[in-house]
Design a protein around this ligand. Structure first.
Ligand code: SF4
Ligand code: SF4
Length: 246
């Protein structure tokens, strides 16, 4: 994101909308106060722009080239990854496993989320996670846009030119047999200590017929800490119930 200094009146209205807190006041040589974006720390999420608070239309998202373009596609929820045709930072299936059956019985989805909430992550940290997990021979989810940035899936090395790019958040996704959960968890916990951002681990699997959760049994047997979360998308903001618009 960029602010046109010739238009900006330094009202500061856009600053509270910047989740990365990278919009700041400055003073020009002629003494005029205006705002600037620290473009190295900005993730091109366009939240400040979409807030429509600028009274003089000074905020502009310049067209970005590779690899800078990665920032917008991972951080702007309206952007769609051209490789996977999925908007956002991960795959849809992690949230919709009960419909897609992506994680079959006996398997779990395990992922490391970097950068959320509100910190952001450089992709060099994602590479650390890939390189910690690749030697275990885990399968990286091919539909995840981050997987597409790998130079070598066998070593977890990412394309050199993307490493300094910063995104709002990203997810390293794997599919593993249930009996490897603790091994992968150990590797994730170890690499987490080297990550310069928020780091959280997701574990997703299909519930059994008796509604028990196989992955949680593995965690309990290994005396490992976890919190149990569920997410239900009820489509707030969408009038998709017949008669709801009356
Ligand atoms: S695009 Fe996002 S990170 Fe960049 S200045 Fe705007 S709100 Fe902040
Ligand atoms: S809202 Fe517009 S005029 Fe006000 S500080 Fe931000 S860019 Fe400048």
């Amino acid at each position: 994101m960029r602010i046109d200094a010739s238009k900006c009146i330094g009202c500061g209205q856009c600053r509270p909308f910047c989740i990365m807190q990278v919009i700041d006041f400055t003073r020009s040589e002629k003494g005029k106060v205006h705002c600037v974006v620290n473009e190295d720390e900005c993730v091109d999420c366009e939240i400040c722009y979409r807030a429509k608070v600028c009274p003089v239309d000074a905020l502009k998202q310049p067209e970005t080239q590779w690899p800078r373009s990665i920032r917008g596609t991972f951080s702007n929820p309206l952007a769609i990854h051209k490789e996977t045709k999925v908007p956002g930072r991960g795959t849809e299936e992690m949230k919709t496993n009960d419909i897609t059956n992506r994680y079959e019985r006996g398997f779990a989805g395990m992922s490391a989320e970097l950068g959320r909430p509100g910190i952001g992550a450089r992709l060099r940290d994602a590479e650390k996670v890939f390189m910690a997990l690749a030697p275990l021979g885990v399968e990286f989810e091919p539909q995840n846009p981050l997987t597409n940035l790998l130079e070598d899936p066998k070593t977890g090395k990412m394309k050199e030119e993307v490493l300094n790019e910063k995104v709002l958040s990203c997810i390293v996704e794997t599919i593993i047999p249930l009996d490897r959960i603790l091994e992968v968890l150990d590797a994730m916990e170890k690499v987490a200590k080297t990550i310069d951002s928020v780091f959280s681990i997701d574990l997703v699997c299909r519930a059994d017929e008796d509604l028990s959760v196989p992955s949680l049994k593995v965690m309990e047997a290994g005396h490992r800490w976890y919190t149990r979360n569920g997410k239900t998308n009820i489509g707030l903001g969408h009038l998709n119930v017949k008669g709801a618009d009356r």
